[in-house]
Write a protein that binds this ligand. Structure first.
Ligand code: ATP
Ligand code: MG
Length: 386
């Protein structure tokens, strides 16, 4: 069995809530990566796997709440055993090609009863590696760093630290409804909020006279369920509302009015799901409906906090994160969720709230036309319809 040692940084600062956060993180990793063993220790966690491959390491790096982690070799808390296990770790990491390779040992003790200080232990192990494996020391920029962490019952040795995404474990900051389009931004917005501990429920709005194939939306939900173990996706048909909007609202205002209805629909799902926020993929100035004036007129429709984590992101930054979480390639597939008559040549960029109120009088804004369809996703798979 191979073990991964996980550090979770910010969690350690959370005082009394700490146990709760730790439990959430352990539960999420258990559901997402199916480890054979889970061990919680002060400020760190150990997960055991039959084998650890690159795919597993890549997934771990994107699980919210993990600051850094490493594949470890475990030794007894005795200098000699630590030095021997460090030697095995180095041989394993280099396939035995150690001659002339530069290395640097950095030791840390969380159990101060250990008889050597950290620099003394680093020196001892360094000497051992130099003599046994013909390596040379370079503390500033070693080709192979060797980390040692001496804890109460064991010492952990690793030759490579992996950076995690950081943040908080999904579910530790409450629940929010994410407006998920087929675009590039909203899946990234969903992930960004998961990273701050929000459990997300997805809501997608469509026009049934234009589209009945939701493969792409389901693929996005599937991908997001690799970071939050269980996700629900609500599908809501706004065909009737789109039709009425086109009939009664001047082209300039159609998108603003439609977006308000999207938020109303999301708010209804939020109530049903006991969610406390609505999340969009809006980014300031990206399109006409995302000017400050229009955001103000659109967000006005609902009392829940509306969170737009990408508001200050550039498109390039959003794409970069989308690539990392595997949503980008899905997002760039073709998809249409909206009637082209809702898209004006010259859209309003500073909506008047008075005009919005007047136009909405002619529209069926109350309630949803039909009950939403719900789909469930778990750990990278679609599991059912409800
Ligand atoms: P995205 O790339 O996420 O589609 P965008 O740049 O295309 O964003 P808009 O189409 O203006 O921008 O949408 C802004 C936000 O409104 C989206 O990020 C999403 O949160 C929400 N949204 C848009 N269309 C839909 C939809 N059909 N269903 C649910 N939410 C939507
Ligand atoms: Mg879009």
């Amino acid at each position: 069995m191979q073990q991964i040692l996980v550090h979770y940084g910010e969690l350690a600062l959370k005082g009394k809530n700490r146990t709760y956060f730790e439990q959430k993180l352990a539960q999420n990793v258990r559901r997402l990566l199916l480890p054979k063993t889970v061990e919680r220790q002060f400020g760190r966690m150990l997960f055991g796997f039959e084998t650890v491959d690159d795919a597993l390491l890549e997934r771990m790096a994107l699980i919210p709440g993990i600051r850094h982690f490493a594949l470890i070799h475990t030794a007894k808390t005795e200098v000699e055993d630590i030095a021997n296990v460090a030697e095995q770790a180095v041989v394993a990491a280099t396939n035995g090609k150690t001659k002339g390779l530069s290395f640097g040992v950095s030791a840390q003790r969380s159990d101060k009863r250990f008889p050597l200080t950290s620099p003394e232990l680093s020196r001892e192990v360094g000497t051992h590696l130099r003599q046994r494996l013909g390596m040379r020391v370079n503390l500033d920029a070693p080709e192979l760093p060797v980390h040692i962490e001496v804890c109460k019952h064991a010492a952990y040795i690793s030759t490579r630290k992996h950076r995690g995404i950081g943040g908080l474990p999904v579910g530790s900051s409450g629940k929010g409804v994410v407006l998920l389009s087929g675009g590039i931004d909203s899946p990234v917005a969903a992930y960004t909020m998961m990273k701050r501990g929000l459990e997300v429920v997805l809501v997608h709005l469509y026009n049934s006279s234009i589209n009945r194939d939701f493969t792409k939306i389901e693929a996005l939900a599937t991908q997001l369920s690799r970071y939050q173990p269980r996700i629900r996706l609500y599908m809501i048909d706004l065909e009737e509302f789109q039709r009425h909007t086109i009939a009664h609202v001047p082209a300039k205002y159609r998108m603003i009015i439609y977006k308000r209805q999207m938020i109303r629909a999301a708010a209804q799902i939020a109530e049903k799901e006991k969610a406390e926020a609505i999340v969009t993929g809006d980014s300031l100035g990206q399109v006409a409906s995302q000017t400050l004036g229009n955001i103000s007129a659109i967000y006005d429709v609902c009392d829940l906090p509306l969170l737009s984590p990408l508001i200050a992101f550039d498109k390039e930054e959003i794409i970069e994160l989308g690539r990392k979480i595997g949503s980008y390639d899905i997002s760039t597939e073709e998809y249409c969720d909206i009637c082209s008559y809702l898209i004006a040549k010259h859209p309003e960029t500073h909506a008047s709230k008075a005009k919005v109120a007047t136009y909405e009088q002619a529209l069926p804004i109350e309630g949803l036309e039909q009950p939403a369809r719900i789909e469930k996703f778990s750990n990278g798979e679609k599991i059912s319809h409800i």
